[in-house]
Design a protein around this ligand. Sequence first.
Ligand code: BTN
Length: 268
Amino acid sequence: MNATDALSVEAIRGRLGADTAWREVCLFGEVPSTNHVLAQLARSGARAGTVVLAEGQTEGRGRCGRTWFSPSGVNLYVSALFREALAASDAPLFSFIASLAVADAVRELGPDPAIKWPNDVLVGGKKVAGALIECATRGVLVDYLIVGVGVNVNVSLAALHAALGPAGTAATSLAEVLGREVDRNALAASYLSHIEAWARRFRTEGAAPILAAWRDRDILTGRRVEARRDGERFDGRVLGVNRSGHLVIRPLSGEPREMLAEEIRVLD
Ligand code: BTN
């Protein structure tokens, strides 16, 4: 089978175990955003275990209000629905769960990925994937969580650079790293199996194993960074992540500060 073959629900389902949590796998051609489509389904009562994939996105969303470059037919855009008995304050842990699952799926292909807080997956220091978690709450509890992941799979460097401009130099794709095209159906199934396993682990063992695995892959702890918080820029050293998944930075002067979802630039 050619790696550039179209995504196929059958090919993905065939690789998931019979007892998979992913009961409903929906595949679209082009959508504005798989997170957006899944949020609509969730609001109309879709069950936990619903997954939305698309060949392309016209309004792919990234973190911090950015857009996510989403050309058709080459990459992975996948959103998964969770309905967890979870405090809303614990929702950021799903961003760690998502990046660990992507990192596991990438590692099965050969490269050894790292994670840059909160959920960028890097190979050779360049970003191959990111996650956008969207959470609906009822009071202090989570109603549903949408975990959206975008992976640069077979997109060319030329296309990345043309679309992202100077920021494109910080990104790459799995095909560029491996020197061969990657089977997107196999990658999707691998990612879904891993995220299911990490979510199960979180339910049975709590946050500790998630944080421990994530810390093993984290590239920011100990580094000097420039951070932006509440419109203010400051330099500091990363102390690590806390139990809630927030990044803790010690500024050059003053008390350590917790970061929620802000941008971090590595200085050293
Ligand atoms: C980031 O900025 O690093 C997060 C990117 C997340 C992109 C994915 S693609 C599938 C899902 N749908 C979206 O619109 N965004 C996420």
